[in-house]
Design a protein around this ligand. Sequence first.
Ligand SMILES: [Zn+2]
Length: 329
Amino acid sequence: MKPSPIVPTVDFDAGGVQHGFLRLPWSRDESAWGNLMIPITVVSNGEGPTALLTGASHGDEYEGPVALVDLARSLDPADVSGRVIILPFLNYPAFRAGRRLSPIDAANMNRIFPGQPDGTVSQKIADFVQRQFLPLADVVLDFHSGGKTLDFVPFAAAHALPDQEHEARCHAARDAFGAPYSMTMLEIDAVGMLDTAAEELGKVFVTTELGGAGTATARSIAIAKRGVRNVLIHSGILAGEVVQSPSTRLDMPSADCFVFSETDGLIEPCVDLGDRVAAGDVIARVHSATRTGEAPVDYHARLSGILAARHAPGLIGIGDCLGVVATLV
Ligand SMILES: [Zn+2]
């Protein structure tokens, strides 16, 4: 396979703190021999595991970026045993545009792994992560939230995995994160995800959904900041004790978790995030946005549990995810 065109300005084998860039040649109208400069921090000290920490895989999700710029600025190499690679803005063009997808190539960073060294800008970034970072990493923490169109109860997540020992390591790291909810997550479509790429290499992989609606809150950011340090402590990279707090275990046992809208219109939430629901309960109704006097369309929970995710904007389109009901373990 071709070499990556990305040139890091940091040395992954050097000790101490380095703040730099992944420099990706990007020739365009505004800059003929220009580059995309993706910020990166490496903090390294002696022997120990390597953690890869990523935020803004989707550019409109903010807890990860805030927690990771904070960590990059404050992490003292004297406190580290091993190495921490911090990429707060993985899909940097999307992050700068405040969008889920890259404005350059419309790529969804979490659907294009393993990437391609001679592909589009986003494919080149994914390829660099796949071939340069994943082999170095023992643990991967990839922050997500709902972005502009979804909102979540704050949870850390790991997947059900075929290898029980591997699954146990991932679930232990998820539980160490210490979010208010800890989810065993089912993906609608796991092809091309960083999650799948890391898991296929046997890495400890933890992801999150910490909020959404295109913003972050003081509470969700505090969860992110505490969680990333907890995962580093759990991995043996930072000294100290994991800060424990109560966490509710959730599961997504089947595709019945998901409720998708089959109508366009004005959404009326009937339960809020975190509320208990029983199978058959109306979780939202969709009213006509074009005329009065019409009955709304009701959408029902198909499982009993809590409302773990909901559509964020006030208008919904046909095919949009209206809500997710997770079961209580
Ligand atoms: Zn995301």
